[in-house]
Design a protein around this ligand. Structure first.
Ligand code: SF4
Ligand code: SF4
Ligand code: FES
Length: 291
């Protein structure tokens, strides 16, 4: 029977049998089976871009490795998510990225580099991407020497969330980079400062200005940081906010990717409009009563 006529598709993942709805990706089926597959360009709130190939797995009778994040399960498929071939592939992807980018601010990638024993020093001429940090406003900075060209920001700015299309991939080959139209400074571009690109960036190439300032000043202290959920007070939509604080001061605001209202995306007010709750413009704690 054709897969399109089935109401359920059954696959084997690392020996475990999993039945899922047609169209379910291998990544989603693996999650149901309790199997973790590393990803980089995939996010639960974005359409798979298929750009990084970190998620590849072996599917018996398929000549090539297949990307788990975007490949739908096929009836009867026998899938292996860890093997020597897969490990070599992931190791090389990580080494190529580490050779050209500064990945030090991505704990997830650092963990994978260790797990797959990726060693970019074995390449004789590593050439890190050079790009001046773009600081054009007080909201967020762009440090494209950390950019792995995963397309997440472009898709979040485009038809996966914001529909603003302020940024896109420009150039070709080694010159490929994320850019506004004609490299226009962000404040003069179509950008509406929703920060949804910042919210999905996996390497901190895009980061809140407050976090950037703390890191630059040598005051970045993860052991002093907490995350608190609250509801945005600006309008009636009621977006859930995650306030990331260090020593009781907000340095970043996100929203859970699995939240039914936001899907992880916010507007400029919820994302960046938090200065009024803390010094030096802390809101009134006692009423102004004139005598
Ligand atoms: S802040 Fe929003 S509008 Fe501006 S580039 Fe990022 S996603 Fe696009
Ligand atoms: S800036 Fe971040 S989200 Fe955008 S392509 Fe680069 S790494 Fe991906
Ligand atoms: S996570 Fe699947 S191709 Fe990037």
């Amino acid at each position: 029977m054709s897969d399109s006529l089935l109401t359920e598709v059954t696959v084997s993942i690392n020996g475990a049998t999993v039945s899922v709805a047609p169209g379910t990706t291998i990544l989603e089926a693996a999650a149901i089976a309790g199997v973790e597959i590393p990803t980089l360009c995939w996010a639960s709130n974005l359409t798979p871009a298929n750009a990084c190939r970190l998620c590849v797995v072996e599917m018996e009778e398929s000549r090539t490795l297949v990307p788990a994040c975007s490949r739908a399960c096929e009836q009867g498929a026998v899938i292996h998510t860890e093997s020597e071939r897969i490990a070599v592939n992931r190791k090389m992807v990580l080494e190529f990225l580490d050779t050209t980018n500064d990945l030090t601010q991505s704990p997830e990638l650092q963990e994978l580099i260790t797990r797959y024993e990726a060693d970019s020093s074995r390449y004789t001429e590593p050439s890190k991407m050079q790009d001046d940090i773009k600081i054009e406003d007080d909201l967020f900075v762009r440090a494209y020497d950390r950019c792995v060209l995963c397309y997440k920001c472009v898709d979040a700015c485009g038809d996966d969330a914001q529909f603003t299309f302020a940024i896109s991939m420009a150039g070709r080959g080694f010159d490929t980079r994320v850019s506004t139209e004609f490299e226009t400074p962000l404040p003069e571009s179509a950008c509406v400062y929703c920060g949804n690109c910042v919210g999905v960036c996996p390497t901190n190439a895009l980061q809140f200005k407050k976090e950037f300032d703390l890191r630059e000043a040598g005051q970045w202290q993860p052991e002093h940081q907490t995350t608190t959920e609250t509801i945005c007070s600006y309008c009636g939509v009621g977006c859930t906010l995650e306030l990331h604080t260090q020593d009781n001061e907000i340095y970043k605001v996100t929203s859970p990717a699995d939240h039914s209202v936001t899907a992880g995306h916010l507007c400029i007010k919820g994302r960046f409009g938090w200065q009024y709750v803390q010094p030096p413009t802390r809101r009134l704690s006692t009423p102004n009563i004139s005598s």
